[in-house]
Design a protein around this ligand. Structure first.
Ligand code: SF4
Ligand code: SF4
Length: 73
């Protein structure tokens, strides 16, 4: 499936406590938790851009960015 947006998950590791909420709420499997409960964004192609990870992080450690397809970044 062709995607018209590229999403990037940014983590502020200094704020993340490894609660696993973001990974648990991710509806597409784009995020998984590592052994410490911290999110790993290794299925970026699955990200739907719903921003639940950012909105539900209790510590403001997660941020979702998006860029238009064909962008330089
Ligand atoms: S919800 Fe926030 S604090 Fe919890 S694991 Fe995810 S980024 Fe870290
Ligand atoms: S924006 Fe939605 S689909 Fe993408 S990583 Fe966050 S919770 Fe998962």
């Amino acid at each position: 499936m062709k995607k018209d947006k590229n999403f990037k998950f940014r983590l502020d590791a200094s704020l993340c406590k490894g609660c696993g909420i973001c990974s648990a709420l991710c509806p597409t499997g784009a995020l998984r938790s590592d052994a410490g409960g911290r999110p790993v964004f290794d299925e970026a192609g699955n990200c739907a851009g719903c921003a639940l990870c950012e909105l539900r992080c209790p510590d403001f450690a997660a941020r979702l960015e998006q860029s238009a397809c064909g962008g330089l970044a």
